[in-house]
Design a protein around this ligand. Structure first.
Ligand code: NAP
Ligand code: HSE
Length: 432
């Protein structure tokens, strides 16, 4: 077999890792696929920029067509990010019969179905393992390792940046802005970190996981999202006092034919297996009816971990080339989208309120909850500096989202409640 030529779109954090792995693991790649792999061209924005890896300057270009229209290039690796322009590039790549490997969850969550259809129509592979949970081979595990099972729940930490931030804030009291900056410097955050901290990056990953795991086309809009930007030092202190750890948790669960997908800050009991997943690490629990509980753990962001997933996809493409079976691995979704409504989604909740410190207020608040059949697991009431106010922290037993939203509305309307400071989902003891 002739040498395989790669066109790389992007030479940032992940692109540099790809160059390193292709160079340093050439022997292993040769052994797996039986021919050498060369990086032929690399698209960048700025030709004069200092790079984190040594590359021959003649490989760099600012013209995407040097790759997309280059007949010598077999595989396009997209690690530049972005959505609309990148979609055009990848459509052009597969129409020009080039296989594609991408790490781009933003693109796959929005246009995955279109791109996969176009790739298949052109007998091309389009693999995207690195788009979810960095170095953890979670997508391949879902579609290959667990192909025979019916998956009922996936739950995990799928954003490295926010996990890094929450770990440093909770453990060392580090200020949010300072830790976010550190996560950017370490190459974990997106070029615009808003997507990380607002939960959108994790939501995109959960949409991809749920689509594959439940064999149902789920869109980004189907994912309920709340990020970490409103989490305060006080919330983290109360979490600790009550025996919890705060994590940004993605959940996709199926009951019968109906599914729910969400990303939100969640209080985990300190004994919960996900509570000890720290820094940029990710972990995903997958429950299958037959297999039971499985857990996947590893670095969720960063140059070499992510590039490992990218280059492993490249090996997959090359193995398919040798067998002549490219473009045949996509399986159409088996089920129609069927989302749970708010009365079918259950959880425990933490709520922190500032209330007027007067006789009867606490009783009235508890009666708002009991009108909806919701009782408490934990209760704290503390005086505040401002004399006529008290802080109440409650953890409920399980309630439907519908009941809980109505309770919040009633609390908002009750004149003795000065403000609802914060509210979070609370997970039970086990992973289930
Ligand atoms: P990055 O460090 O910002 O690198 C992006 C690279 O693409 C840079 O080399 C940049 O060129 C080039 N580029 C961007 N827009 C371009 C354009 N319009 N034309 C030409 N070149 C362009 O990003 P990254 O962290 O490597 O992430 C890349 C992709 O991988 C993203 O989709 C991201 O979501 C995904 N991902 C990242 C991680 C991670 O840990 N970082 C993990 C999993 C997935 P210049 O260098 O000249 O500016
Ligand atoms: N910004 C992403 C994260 C990169 O922090 O998880 C990995 O997808």
């Amino acid at each position: 077999m002739k040498a395989i030529s790669i066109g790389l779109l992007g030479l940032g954090t992940v692109g540099s890792g790809v160059v390193r792995i292709v160079e340093n693991h050439q022997d292993k790649l040769m052994h797996q696929i039986g021919c050498p792999v060369h990086i032929k061209k690399i698209l960048v924005k700025d030709l004069s920029k200092e790079r984190g890896v040594v590359v021959d300057r003649s490989l760099l270009t600012t013209d995407a067509n040097d790759i997309l229209e280059n007949p010598e290039i077999d595989v396009v690796i997209e690690v530049m990010g972005g959505i609309e322009q990148t979609r055009e590039y990848l459509l052009k790549a597969v129409r020009n019969k080039k296989h594609v490997v991408t790490a781009n969850k933003d693109l796959m969550a929005l246009y995955g179905s279109e791109l996969l259809t176009e790739a298949t129509a052109n007998h091309c592979d389009l693999f995207y393992e690195a788009s979810v949970a960095g170095g953890i081979p979670i997508l391949r595990s879902l579609v290959e390792g667990l192909a025979s099972d019916r998956i009922t729940k996936m739950m995990g930490i799928v954003n490295g940046t926010t996990n890094f931030i929450l770990t440093k804030m909770s453990k060392y009291g580090s200020p949010y802005e300072e830790v976010l900056k550190e996560a950017q410097e370490l190459g974990y955050a997106e070029s615009d970190p808003t997507a990380d901290v607002e939960g959108l990056d994790a939501a995109r990953k959960m949409a991809i996981l749920a689509t594959l795991g439940f064999s149902m086309n789920l869109d980004l809009d189907d994912v309920k999202v709340k990020g970490i930007t409103e989490i305060t030092e006080e919330d983290l202190d109360y979490s600790k006092k009550l025996g919890y750890t705060m994590k940004l948790i993605g959940i996709a669960s199926r009951c019968g034919e109906k599914v729910e997908v969400s990303v939100q800050p969640t209080l985990l009991p300190e004994t919960h297996p996900l509570a000890s997943v720290n820094d940029e690490y990710n972990a995903v629990y997958v429950y299958g009816e037959a297999v039971g509980e499985t857990m996947f753990y590893g670095p969720g962001a960063g140059s070499l971990p992510t590039a490992t997933a990218v280059v492993s996809d490249l090996v997959g493409v090359m193995k398919n080339m040798r067998l002549g079976v490219n473009g045949r691995s996509v399986v159409a979704p088996q089920y129609k989208k069927n989302l749970k409504d708010a009365s079918e989604i259950f959880s425990k909740y933490f709520v922190r309120l500032h209330v007027k410190d007067e006789v009867g207020v606490f009783a009235n608040i508890t009666s708002i909850f009991s009108e909806h059949g919701v009782s408490f697991e934990k209760i704290l009431q503390l005086p505040l500096k401002q004399k006529d106010l008290a802080e109440i922290v409650l953890v409920t037993h399980k309630a439907s989202l519908k009941d809980y939203e109505e309770i919040l509305q009633k609390l908002n309307d009750y004149e003795m409640v000065k403000v609802i400071k914060s509210t979070y989902r609370v997970e039970g003891d086990g992973a289930l």
